[in-house]
Design a protein around this ligand. Structure first.
Ligand code: DC
Length: 224
């Protein structure tokens, strides 16, 4: 079965790297570097949950999702537009993160996000980050990373990123992690075949170089 799935990806000519992990572990930061320096197309699945969370404050109905017209543009990165407006500037706060995590419990929201990610990741090199990218969306990904860091370090990074209060952010991400780990559908888990990296004492450059080295090994296999 594994072999058959692998063939499907290869037919589509995609090389898929997934990076899963808790809030603030640096998934998107390292994925952005892989995109800028190595030509990977970055799909931030959390951004799609955030867009849904922002629009419906955490409580979309099935009808809301069926009628939702988000537009996705593949420029140098994935741009999510709603009513002609780029959503990036609206979705990065911790409160939107909380709404996103609430929406993420709903199966119809998860189906919507998973389908978008699968539709986009065709023909090319992709790095896809989130909570269930290696466990559910791309179970046959070429390389799976599970990125973690101690809670204080994660809170510090998020506080710097969004210019917020570290103690408040720490409480918020503990709550969000709990919600993401305890939900019934596609909870945050380390996929069995993922390589775990604890980035607590690593700077972003060493994290990037380590992941790049792992990718290089897999890419040689993939091309052989
Ligand atoms: O990666 P992020 O912090 O931007 O994600 C926001 C929320 O979206 C996260 O708390 C849970 C949800 N999410 C998810 O359930 N599955 C994913 N693959 C990505 C995000």
């Amino acid at each position: 079965m594994q072999g058959v799935l692998k063939k499907v990806w290869m037919c589509k000519n995609s090389f898929i790297v997934t990076i899963d992990g808790p809030a603030g572990s640096g998934k998107s930061t390292v994925a952005k570097l892989l995109s800028e320096k190595d030509g990977f197309f970055h799909i931030d699945t959390g951004a799609i949950y955030r867009a849904v969370g922002f629009l419906f404050k955490g409580n979309p109905t099935k009808d809301d999702i069926e009628n939702l017209h988000l537009e996705f543009y593949k420029n140098s990165k994935l741009t999510i537009m709603y009513n002609g407006k780029d959503m990036e500037g609206l979705i990065r706060s911790e409160s939107v993160g909380f709404y996103a995590s609430k929406c993420a419990k709903l199966s119809y929201v998860r189906d919507f996000v998973n389908q978008k990610a699968k539709d986009i990741a065709i023909n090319g090199k992709f790095v896809i980050d989130g909570r269930d990218c290696g466990s559910v969306i791309f179970p046959d990904a070429d390389l799976k990373i599970f990125l973690t860091a101690k809670i204080d370090e994660r809170a510090k990074r998020r506080a710097k990123e969004i210019n917020g209060n570290m103690d408040k952010i720490k409480k918020d991400i503990i709550l969000r992690d709990m919600q993401d780990e305890k939900r019934n559908i596609a909870p945050l888990i380390r996929p069995k075949d993922a390589i775990e990296i604890d980035s607590t004492d690593m700077d972003i450059e060493s994290e990037y170089l380590l992941i790049k080295k792992l990718i290089k090994e897999k890419y040689e296999d993939y091309n052989s």
